[in-house]
Design a binder for this molecule. Structure first.
Ligand code: HEC
Length: 138
């Protein structure tokens, strides 16, 4: 038993060491530092009921297959992914809306979370960000 504990601690140390440089991974979420061009962004559509309703459609069309209808990261396509899709409730707990806006635009390198800025319009990104913020409460 002790041996397993030791191995587990060793693995944990490796994982921690691999996460240097302003990036940390908390429960499948990579909390990058938000780059200057996105830092401090606030959503002009935040709290707007029509925008949130439009964001729900964007989410159901583009995101639900991985992140799941309830945002827990348990969508059908997401089940086989490594790392798994982020739990968006956790994202709301741990990160600000500028982080959410940044990752939707730019994606998360080395994961199947792709950049959406060339697929969706900026308005759609703001709408889906407003929907995530309003819906998947921590
Ligand atoms: C092909 C599967 C897939 C689709 C489709 C997808 N995502 Fe993701 N998403 C992921 C994965 C995997 C991660 C976890 C990345 C990581 O480990 O940091 C993630 C992470 C995130 C995060 C948290 C960022 C982070 O660092 O973990 C947000 C916010 C997010 N996705 C929003 C969206 C939105 C909005 C859409 C639709 C426009 C979307 N995702 C579509 C797979 C997907």
């Amino acid at each position: 038993m002790k041996k397993y504990l030791f191995i587990a601690m060793l693995l944990a140390a490796f994982v921690l060491a691999a996460c240097g440089g302003g990036t940390s991974n908390t429960g499948g979420i990579t909390l990058h530092e938000v780059p200057a061009e996105y830092a401090g962004w606030t959503n002009p559509l935040g709290g707007d009921a029509a925008a949130i309703a439009a964001g729900k459609v964007v989410f159901e069309t583009n995101c639900v297959s991985c992140h799941g209808a309830t945002g827990l990261g348990d969508g059908e396509a997401g089940a086989v992914l490594d790392p798994p899709p982020a739990d968006l409730h956790k994202v709301n707990e741990l990160a600000g809306e500028d982080f959410i806006y940044f990752v939707i635009n730019e994606g998360v390198e080395g994961t199947s979370m792709v950049a959406w800025k060339d697929t969706l319009t900026q308005e759609q990104i703001q709408q889906v960000a407003a929907y995530i913020r309003a819906t998947f409460t921590p």
